[in-house]
Write a protein that binds this ligand. Sequence first.
Ligand SMILES: Cc1ncc(COP(=O)(O)O)c(C=O)c1O
Length: 434
Amino acid sequence: MATAASPHALLVQNPNRSSKSSFLKNPITTITTFPSNNAHFATSMRSNKPLSITCATQVQDRSSTTQTPQSQERVFNFAAGPAILPENVLKKAESELYIWRGSGMSVMEMSHRGKDFLSIIEKAEADLRKLLNIPSDYTVLFLQGGATTQFAAIPLNLCNPEDPVDYLVTGSWGDKAVKEAQKFCKPNVIWSGKSEKYTKIPSFDALEQNPDAKYLHICANETIHGVEFKNYPIPKNKDGILVADMSSNFCSKPVDVSKFGIIYAGAQKNVGPSGVTIVIIKNDLIGNAQPITPEMLDYKIHADNKSLYNTPPCYGIYMCGLVFEDLLDQGGLEEVQKKNMKKAEILYNTIDASNGFYRCPVEKSVRSLMNVPFTLEKSDLEAEFIKEAAKEKMVQLKGHRSVGGMRASIYNAMPLAGVEKLVAFMKDFQARHA
Ligand SMILES: Cc1ncc(COP(=O)(O)O)c(C=O)c1O
């Protein structure tokens, strides 16, 4: 039997065949030609065969991203990134996947220069500007290559090869950023938490910043070590430029963008799928790239072309736009921060109240709201913990390979119910193994 008789024919699973068809529970198109006396349909239903039917291209309007309860089939995903996305955003994307709002095609099929995609990227930028209250003298770029590419792009755009820059290293990502910068300028590590296994952030007063440095670089939230800046050092370099890797706490709380020269973030933790890198840059830092800078790393080229110099990650940008819309619907980043604080509080409290059964090595004042690393006093039980949690549909709790133990990443999209389930499991596990 042909299953794709026309561009609008869909393969619909026979509902008698499997009760688990999520497609039928959640149809994305409105069936308009469905004759009840159709003999072919009746035969297919009886014979347990897949059935081809013709659907209109009309799309159900699910324009509001209202909260939906966690589906029974989904796990609680505590991965560090790519990470959990809001269920209502995924459902909205599902409803628009085949045909985006009457355009006759999927976002994945659209020209990045057509009016439909332009409306998507412009709305994504406008919503991000609202969320973070981004001043008008800052440019927002949607790029590719991950935050790792920015480790090179930043010195290439902001320095000459002999220029000094300051790096404050509070974890492995900051360390990687320095190593890459060494190829393009003269970075100096003004403080490193390595000898204390990246569990601290120093007092800012004690930092010896170089007044000639082109910028001061920090990683606002170290994803692997769970160390997060709660406030930011004032850059003492001549131009007062602070640069922050916010990959793993981007849009998790309000941030005063005007304090930064550049904020950059890979999308795949808090705001979308992997493949999109967001750069927020003060306009006067654009246009001074080193002559060797590849075009794809030159902020001016991307700024002049409104992030459309080459084919951008269109679908990823669309997904980020849906997430921004959802964060605004939740009441903005102050509301989001309250939820994140509540989730982190119950998890850290459980660890701290366990009489040492669980331990978080990070100094309390700088513990991350996003990534919670912890170990078990009886380390030989860690594999069992991870296995049992997975059976309870709580996955990706294994710590990063460089530090071991466990890590629960509880980004914006992790519902409170997910953290409540985890702490209930932790208490039960402790009662059985203490
Ligand atoms: C804080 C931080 N910076 C940089 C990176 C690297 O990002 P990407 O893999 O997008 O290059 C990560 C990835 O996990 C990260 O957590």
